[in-house]
Design a protein around this ligand. Structure first.
Ligand code: DLL
Length: 432
């Protein structure tokens, strides 16, 4: 049996949890009503007053908050606490429009650390572990989030940040790192580099906590095999603190949502109607404990399925599936909805590493999609007929999965740029 952190909350009876959520939710609605004029106006605009929200069952009456609201109120317009009570900000890595700025009181940081410490414990972390945090430190929430959780568990924490792969490997071997935290694409790159350097037998890794971007089950298997570890998913977003909104236990069958801090809903992205548990739709979160930057019914744009069946690990918090794409960055190619993760799963099935790029263009009013995939080094002989055969094989497999024809171009090993943070998988030239 795993040792649980904050066992009494994570394994709480569901009725008790609902009571706790109800109490926290009502307090939070009052908090935004009293302290965020923008939110009060949003409620009044649809004819809602504080008295209309009597319990958690009235959650669906509240208006949604979107990234547009965050941009409109940039930088401090949604803060529910004065600046003097805030101790930190983090910000999104968005490249278009205004960045999102999220604020934290010390209490918010403490609760966030609780959330990430649960993720670490679920991955087997104890005081005996050495945790190498290779998520970026700084405005991005990855570094600070996992760092805080690691301290809370009492692990020896190595605040590496991202990049400088040779130094990452040196510390990993010299300091005996047992758990790494980074994006899955960087984990795959580290795994490749470890093999190339021939130091697989010198590393002591047992687990990894990988998130911040979509990754397939196939990619999990690749990383687990190459590093001999258990790879755990972790999910979160800046607007809701950062990593640790949900995380995977040993069962690896979905991520447990920290429901004592976040209420999850799944809604139809078109009609915005709440959907029953088990339906696929857009994930919406209400943060019920955050003081400085509380968001009610925040539309994440992540497409997921919730699962409230009991988990073999014993935790009672519901689980969310891996995000299956985003309602806003889903690609539509020749009228077909395409998620990059679908292409990734075909590549892995066909025995390729997940080093790829999807390039979409529009030629004579028709979409053209090229998938650039790295050739496995052992197959890279320069023999043209073999290359053509492999490209056709992959193209057929992708057509089987998506129903559309894409051009596959195999490129030299290591020619696709590696990312130290989130990988840039899609180049959509149609928007330019
Ligand atoms: O990516 C927070 C984070 C850091 C999560 C480290 C996990 C680990 P943002 O930069 O605000 O925050 O990006 C949030 O990234 O809405 C999802 O679309 C995506 N995302 C986050 N975790 C996962 C995951 C951080 N495990 C956005 N799987 C979210 C798939 C993820 N997508």
């Amino acid at each position: 049996m795993e040792r649980y952190f904050q066992e009494e909350i994570e394994c709480m009876n569901r009725d008790k949890l609902k009571e706790l959520q109800n109490e926290r939710f009502l307090k939070q609605v009052r908090n935004v009503w009293d302290n965020v004029p923008y939110y009060k106006k949003k409620m009044k605009d649809i004819g809602l007053s504080l008295d209309d929200i009597k319990s958690i069952d009235d959650l669906h009456k509240l208006p949604f908050v979107t990234k547009d609201d965050l941009r409109e109120t940039y930088p401090y317009g949604l803060f529910a606490r004065p600046i003097k009570d805030c101790v930190r900000i983090h910000s999104t890595s968005g490249t278009t429009g205004r960045r999102v700025v999220a604020g934290y009181t010390q209490h918010d940081i403490d609760l966030w650390n609780d959330c990430t410490s649960r993720a670490l414990v679920a991955a087997g972390a104890t005081k005996d572990d050495v945790v190498q945090v290779c998520y970026g430190y700084g405005l991005f929430t990855g570094g600070a989030g996992l760092d805080g959780g690691s301290h809370k568990v009492g692990c020896l924490t190595i605040p590496m940040s991202s990049g400088n792969t040779s130094r990452q490997l040196q510390f990993m071997t010299d300091l005996g790192t047992t758990i790494i935290c980074c994006t899955p694409s960087y984990a795959a790159y580290l795994a490749e580099s470890i093999h190339e350097a021939g130091i697989r037998d010198k590393i002591k890794l047992k687990a990894g906590i990988f998130g911040a971007e979509a990754w397939s089950e196939g990619m999990r298997e690749t990383i687990e095999d190459m590093l001999g570890i258990k790879a755990h998913d972790i999910y979160g977003l800046t607007e809701l603190s950062g990593p640790g909104v949900s995380y995977e236990c040993n069962a690896q069958k979905g991520m447990h949502i920290n429901e004592d801090h976040f209420i999850a809903e799944v809604v139809d992205p078109e009609t915005l109607e709440p959907l029953p548990v088990g339906s696929k739709g857009e994930l919406v979160f209400t943060s019920i404990t955050k003081e400085a930057f509380p968001l009610l019914r925040y539309r994440t744009k992540d497409i997921c399925v919730l699962n409230d069946e009991p988990c073999s690990c014993g935790r009672t918090h519901i689980r969310m599936s891996k995000p299956m794409g985003r309602s806003d960055d889903m690609l539509i190619i020749k009228g077909v909805n395409v998620f990059p993760s679908q292409i990734e799963s075909v590549l892995i099935e066909q025995g390729y590493q997940p080093n790829y790029q999807i390039v979409v263009d529009r030629v004579k009013n028709s979409d053209v999609c090229e998938v650039r995939v790295e050739m496995p080094s052992e197959e890279f002989t320069g023999e043209l007929t073999k290359l053509n055969r492999m490209e056709k094989g992959l193209s057929d497999a992708i057509k089987n999965m998506l129903g559309i024809k894409v051009k596959v171009r195999l490129v030299a090993p290591r020619s696709i740029e590696r990312s130290e943070g989130k990988a840039k998988r899609v180049i959509d030239n149609r928007k330019i």
